[in-house]
Write a protein that binds this ligand. Structure first.
Ligand SMILES: Nc1ncnc2c1ncn2[C@@H]1O[C@H](COP(=O)(O)OP(=O)(O)OP(=O)(O)O)[C@@H](O)[C@H]1O
Ligand SMILES: [Mg+2]
Length: 474
């Protein structure tokens, strides 16, 4: 498996956690109350959007204080008992390795209990999870860190959690900071990267350092030089550059004919153009009446676009274009001056985020489809949900399918509803590696009562206990 730069460059100590200095300082101070033996709040909640360093900060804290870590992920069997068991064992002075093996504890040291994705639990079936967390927070003898993206979802279900924890907020990482990290990594890898490419990557990350590092790895892996043209994401940005200019031509100019020409010249579909104008018009037209008239023109353009698709009459495109440019430009009575902040259409950003997931789903479905002789669409609709359930609930099945379908780490994460860097996903990938490099150990482990299955061609067949046996046992 190739190296994962987000893991390689995970901060080793709190000093290396970039951005959010206040959060880091609060976290350190909270840990010191534990060292002093007088924690006012026994648990800390790290909240904030993805890729801002919450998990990293928790692990870095443990490293700095030389604490063992007992890590639980929402994708682990997160029910009340499991959570209590971990806290209790923590309290008794035992701890686990990532594989769930006992490790003898470092004498006298505290053990940091990290409940990652603690907000996920509320959306799940396992009732009792939230009271169990609250109970752990109340009675734990060890420091507890809850990590959440959406604190509100969790806290509104438990006032005890709200009052018993210290809440520490992680904000999105600033673009300049992200850029600094990317520059450092590039330097470390001996990659020459242009400032423009760094700017593009950091701006696209939207304050999510994990995705920025992943993007950098995607464009730079195996290269010595990266410029903006090589960055795949630059395409995205180039559109933005031209659309920026066109926005100015429409919103700021007093010349509707020029506006019309400018919009016609951009090589984008009218739908995309409409999204840009719809998104940015309110930023530009500050006068209510101007905005009203502008939006009315956008609405008319939308009507024509609808007609294009309904009647398959592409001649209507030009009307849509005219409304978006000429009419929007002419709608204002007050001049628009100075700097206007334009945004990339949020709808497109949302779509491109879910695109990753959709592509994964399609990939897995087609792999499964060719295995069970079913169309990918059919698999996606009828078969994927139960398959996912089985995949999550049966370890043997999970291992077997991961090998059989040659699932990669992203696909496993998708099927487990877990993050790519979660302990559960790592565990699966590690077992796969183990059993593919030591086929003998795998065949020893598989519980396969039927002799003919044992003789299966790759020797790694195992009986998926909770599923239709025939389907998978070839
Ligand atoms: N503040 C940071 N300082 C240094 N590296 C960071 C920081 N934030 C993120 N990273 C990098 O991004 C990776 C992912 O970050 P991390 O797992 O800590 O994010 P997170 O806040 O826990 O995200 P999520 O909510 O998705 O779990 C890390 O392995 C590290 O390489
Ligand atoms: Mg995390």
């Amino acid at each position: 498996m190739s190296e994962d730069w987000t893991e390689t460059y995970r901060p080793a100590g709190l000093d290396e956690v970039v951005g959010n200095p206040k959060a880091v300082q609060e976290l350190r101070a909270w840990a010191q109350t534990w060292v002093a033996g007088k924690p006012i709040k026994k648990a800390a909640v790290l909240m904030g959007s993805p890729g801002t360093g919450k998990t990293s900060a928790a692990l870095a804290l443990a490293a700095d204080f030389n604490w063992d870590v007992v890590e639980m992920n929402a994708s682990d069997q997160r029910n009340a008992d499991a959570i209590k068991a971990v806290a209790l064992r923590g309290a008794l002075g035992e701890t686990f390795s990532e594989d769930g093996e006992y490790l003898s504890s470092k004498e006298g040291n505290l053990k940091l209990i990290v409940l990652d994705e603690a907000d996920n639990i509320s959306g799940r079936e396992d009732r009792g999870g939230i009271p169990a967390i609250a109970e752990v927070v109340r009675s734990t003898k060890q420091p507890v860190i809850l990590i959440v993206n959406d604190w509100y979802a969790l806290s509104r279900k438990s006032s005890a959690l709200k009052s018993g924890t210290q809440q520490i907020k992680f904000n999105r990482i600033r673009t300049v900071t992200v850029r600094g990290v990317l520059r450092r990594i590039s330097k470390d890898r001996g990659i020459k990267i242009t400032d423009q490419a760094l700017r593009v990557l950091s701006e696209n990350s939207n304050g999510d350092l994990r995705s920025a590092i992943r993007d950098l790895q995607a464009v730079a892996m195996g290269k010595q030089e990266v410029d903006e043209d090589q960055a795949a994401v630059v395409g995205f940005r180039e559109v933005e550059q031209t659309m920026f200019q066109v926005m100015d031509d429409i919103f700021k100019s007093r010349d509707p004919i020029l506006a019309r020409k400018a919009l016609l010249e951009v090589d984008e579909t009218p739908d995309t153009k409409l999204l840009w104008i719809d998104e940015n018009l309110p930023n530009a037209y500050r006068d209510n009446l101007d905005l009203y008239r502008g939006m009315k023109a956008v609405a008319r353009a939308d009507n024509f676009l609808g007609r294009v698709y309904r009647r398959q009459h592409y001649g209507f495109w030009s009307y849509a274009n005219d409304f978006l440019s000429f009419a929007v430009c002419a709608a204002k009575q007050r001049d628009v001056r100075g700097y206007v902040r334009y945004n990339f259409p949020s709808y497109l950003i949302r779509m491109s985020r879910s695109k990753g997931n959709r592509a994964l789903q399609a990939n897995i479905s087609s792999k499964l489809g060719s295995m069970i002789h079913m169309s990918a669409a059919g698999v996606r609709q009828d078969f994927l949900p139960p398959f996912k359930q089985m995949f999550q609930n049966n370890e043997e099945f999970r291992l077997h399918m991961t090998i059989k379908l040659e699932l990669d780490v992203e696909e496993v994460a998708f099927l487990l509803d877990a993050k790519i860097d979660s302990a559960a996903v790592k565990r699966v990938m590690a077992s796969v590696k183990k059993s593919t490099t030591h086929p003998s150990s795998q065949s020893k482990k598989s519980i396969s009562p039927e002799p003919e299955m044992k003789k299966a061609k790759d020797g790694s067949s195992s009986k998926p206990a909770m599923c239709q046996k025939r389907l998978f046992s070839f």
